[in-house]
Design a protein around this ligand. Structure first.
Ligand code: NI
Length: 167
């Protein structure tokens, strides 16, 4: 497993819709391992392949105190409700912002064995991460969802070491 450097806002790989994975093979499983390591090294709760420079539709989610899992070719197939949330991103270090996210989210994807799965979440960090990470493989960042510039807040360097995690 290899920790790979995180790509930051301004890197074109973050802005291009990523390519669909046609076959879930060992190279994809190796990518998932590297993404998982890179996510934990950066204290994130989620990561998408473009964030380590790989333009594929692969996401890893690692909720606190839960086993991490991968979503390949994730698609939000159902969303409902609205809530305002504080959000950050490993690719936008030093900032947090307030965005509108859904209350209920259902994602359809393949797991790391290539089996179709559905992940449902409601009104929690997982629901937020499912939307945030699926956005990433479509070339969207949370800063695109800000209503106004004032909704983006620069956090002090000390706050970067705070226990709050970024997606
Ligand atoms: Ni992110």
């Amino acid at each position: 497993m290899t920790v790979r450097p995180i790509r930051y806002l301004g890197d074109p790989v973050l802005r291009k819709p990523a390519r669909k994975v046609s076959r879930v093979d060992d190279s994809i499983r190796k990518l998932i391992e590297d993404m998982t390591e890179s996510m934990y090294a950066a204290h994130g709760v989620g990561i998408a392949a473009p964030q380590i420079g790989v333009p594929l539709r692969v996401v890893v989610i690692g909720m606190p105190d839960e086993d991490p899992f991968a979503l390949i070719n994730p698609e939000v197939i159902e969303r409902s409700g609205e809530r305002r949330l504080d959000e950050g991103c490993l690719s936008v270090p030093g900032y947090r912002g307030t965005v509108t996210r859904s209350v209920k989210v259902t994602v359809k994807a393949l797991d790391q064995r290539g089996k179709e799965i559905r992940v449902k979440a409601e009104d929690n960090l997982l629901a937020q991460a499912l939307e945030h990470e699926t956005d990433h493989v479509n070339g969207t960042l949370y800063v695109d969802h800000l209503d106004a510039k004032k909704d983006l807040i620069k956090i002090e360097p000390i706050a970067a070491h705070h226990e709050e995690d970024d997606d």
